[in-house]
Ligand binder design. Structure first.
Ligand code: SAH
Length: 340
């Protein structure tokens, strides 16, 4: 594999080319996940032709896929023609904790809209809606098989970040935490595991909540966590000491965010805290994953990532005072606010 340091020293034309063809890697990861190649390597390294037989692929083409992805640290060629998994490759298996396989499969949800980034940049509008004739979540409600991939992908995404959030932010002072738009409950599980005294309320759309209940049962956390289905544009459950909005506000424009925030404000007791978990965009041009995620929000959701100043303004508009922005070890921060 070419070391990052070496790549940084390539002339600008080469670096530009390598950046420009990033979608080659995206598609190669997608195909790997779709075929279940990493799952076929769960027991250890195997010859490419054997894997090809198991996953129903063309032996030479699969060998080339494995070789290409070995050059970006997904597989490792342990002897000629024989490939094993690296730590990143392990996460493409479907059955490991924190699996990222579903995240690689979201190509099926995102690809068509990303073809129209040009439209989004011309108009500032959501390309997903243009392609599918409806918003992202409305589309998922009509396509349960796509919703299953998205919910699992979010679980992978939040497992990668959730432990860091639960470890950095001190949930100890609270009795009940309400996770609004909590998906399948990966963050809730991380928080409840860290704080044995805490109780949880997980709130999401009814179809999503159905999947969350099974996942909480598997973790033995169902007795400590109540699952409630509903619509956060109508109302959210009342009576919590902390309200979490994790990767929710970035899906929506300011007007929709204000509706969600005001519903949280209405449901919260005066002493409760609001915790917004998002990738807060830093000043300047430093590398930051949230700046790319922001484009995904533009294209697929009509939402956006925001700066601390923008969150401050949004929160104030819904009757909150922003107290602090707590940086975690991973890109998302915890923005703490209280009702005014
Ligand atoms: N908090 C989770 C999931 C973020 S994805 C995490 O950090 O990974 C955004 C979530 O908002 C999804 O689970 C989606 O089902 C939920 N959502 C979207 N529209 C909603 C609505 N109208 N009411 C309640 N939840 C909604």
């Amino acid at each position: 594999m070419v070391e990052q340091r070496e790549q940084d020293q390539f002339p600008p034309a080469l670096r530009l080319h390598q950046l420009g063809v990033g979608y080659w890697v995206s598609q190669a990861l997608y195909v790997t996940a779709k075929l279940g190649v990493a799952d076929a390597l769960a027991e250890g390294p195997r010859p490419a032709r054997e894997i090809a037989r198991d996953v129903d692929a063309h032996p030479d083409a699969l060998h080339r896929l494995l070789r290409a992805l070995a050059s970006v640290d997904i597989f490792t060629e342990v002897e000629p023609g024989c490939f094993g998994l690296t730590p990143m490759g392990e996460l493409l298996r479907g059955d490991v904790p924190g699996s990222m396989r579903a995240l690689a499969l979201t190509m099926e949800l995102d690809w068509a809209a990303w073809e129209h980034l040009l439209y989004s940049v011309h108009t500032g509008r959501n390309a997903f809606e243009r392609v599918h004739g409806e918003g992202f979540f409305a589309h998922l409600r009509r396509h349960p098989e796509k919703a299953a991939v998205f919910d699992e992908a979010m679980t992978g995404f939040v497992t990668a970040h959730g432990m860091a959030v639960a470890a950095t932010y001190d949930f100890a002072p609270f009795g009940t935490v309400v996770d609004v738009g909590g998906g399948h409950g990966a963050l809730m599980q991380a928080i409840l595991s860290q704080q044995p005294h805490l109780r949880g309320v997980l709130f999401d759309q009814p179809a999503v909540i159905a999947g969350a209940e099974a996942s909480l049962r598997r973790q033995g956390l169902d007795a400590r966590c109540q699952c409630i289905g509903g619509d956060f544009f109508s109302a959210v459950p009342s009576g919590g000491d902390a309200y979490v909005l994790g990767s929710v506000l970035h899906d929506w424009d300011d007007e929709a965010c204000l509706r969600i925030l005001r519903n949280c404000r209405d449901a919260m007791p005066a002493h409760a805290k609001l915790l917004v978990i998002e990738m807060v965009i830093p000043e300047g041009d430093a590398p930051f994953f949230g700046k790319l995620l922001d484009l995904q929000m533009l294209v697929s959701f009509g939402g956006r990532e925001r700066t601390a100043t923008e969150y401050n303004k949004l929160l104030a508009g819904a009757g909150f005072r922003m107290l602090s922005v707590v940086q975690t070890q991973v890109p998302p921060s915890v923005i703490e606010a209280e009702p005014i």
